[in-house]
Design a protein around this ligand. Structure first.
Ligand SMILES: [Mn+2]
Length: 329
């Protein structure tokens, strides 16, 4: 993408003309999601709107924790109507809003997102799958509406980008326009080295030990093209209730020679009795993780996606393995 597609007029006017807005991203939020919520909230506040931020958890990762104190637990009954603008960020499917989708049924909806798969919903949509992060689309809205970028807004936007680019690791060709935005964020006071330590530092030793365990547990299928690791109930007691090992797990396993796709089976905290399957595909193969996830009602990007299935690890694994074959090179 040489340059970013401009936000559609109806998206801009929905934000400009609303009196009040409720902003929400997907449940089990990641760094891009919470920072999109925060940056969008700040944009709307600067425009003088009455703003509420809502989002389903959990918020275990240190880099998403901050959003909790900005969230409203329950919305006043009198705002649940079409005069309220519901702004959905970083979320391609209504069901991924979790319990918060109930509110949005009553709102006029604007969606700002960069997922490649999902469901078309909402009256106003600014969807750019080529954008590395949703926060970069919020940046486009700041520019399009001529709203001055504060240091705090620049930081939120940077953190979303840093999360979804694996801290600059996953930048493909034609990302000059993205890097020019990053330069602008740095000019607005963001210090990349500080942000790296905020996002990736401060790990308890138990998380690194857990990572070792998950790597030891890896099973290899189809001549090493498919690598699978999984969480066990006993891990929570041993290593604590911490989701942070998964990023490093994916980063290590997708670099293994011959590996095309990595699956990580997690015990779902949002849906007891279900398994959440994280999917990461190797940079140089054609495996489309988002497409694969959508077979099972999940979603995401070509290289990173997720899905949820009822059952135990032992029950879910053969289902995934039977479908994966036709996606391999
Ligand atoms: Mn994202």
């Amino acid at each position: 993408m040489k340059s970013f597609p401009l936000p559609p007029e109806n998206v801009i006017s929905s934000l400009k003309n609303c009196k009040r807005a409720v902003v929400c991203g997907h449940g089990s939020p990641d760094g891009d999601c919470v920072n999109s919520v925060a940056a969008m909230g700040l944009l709307l506040k600067t425009l003088g709107k009455e703003v509420y931020l809502v989002n389903d958890g959990p918020f275990f990762r240190p880099e998403v924790e901050f959003i909790q104190e900005m969230l409203t637990d329950s919305l006043p009954q009198e705002i649940l109507n079409k005069d309220t603008l519901g702004v959905v960020v970083d979320c391609s499917t209504p069901s991924r809003l979790g319990s918060k989708w109930d509110y949005f049924k009553d709102f006029t909806i604007t969606v700002v997102d960069h997922h490649s798969s999902g469901e078309e919903f909402g009256e106003n949509r600014y969807i750019v799958p080529e954008s590395i992060s949703t926060t970069l689309l919020v940046y486009q809205l700041y520019k399009a509406m001529d709203v001055p970028l504060t240091e705090q807004a620049a930081r939120y936007i940077f953190r979303g980008f840093a999360t979804d680019s694996g801290y600059f690791k996953f930048l493909h060709e034609d990302t000059g326009s993205t890097l020019r935005i990053i330069a602008d964020l740095v000019d607005h006071g963001v210090v990349p080295n500080d942000e790296y330590h905020f996002i990736s530092g401060g790990k308890p030793l138990s998380v690194v030990r857990f990572l070792g365990e998950l790597i030891n547990r890896v099973e290899s299928f189809y001549n090493g093209k498919v690598l699978i690791s999984h969480e066990e109930e006993a891990d929570f007691e041993k290593y604590g209730d911490n989701a942070r090992a998964s990023d490093d797990l994916y980063a290590s396993l997708t670099l293994v020679k011959g590996a095309q796709v990595v699956f990580f089976f997690k015990i779902s905290k949002m849906r007891p009795g279900a398994i959440e399957v994280g999917i990461r595909s190797n940079h140089s193969c054609s495996f489309d993780a988002g497409k694969f996830a959508s077979l099972f009602g999940g979603g995401g990007h070509a290289k990173a996606a997720g899905l949820t299935l009822e059952g135990t690890y032992e029950e879910v694994k053969p289902i995934i393995l039977s479908k994966v074959k036709e996606f391999l090179d």
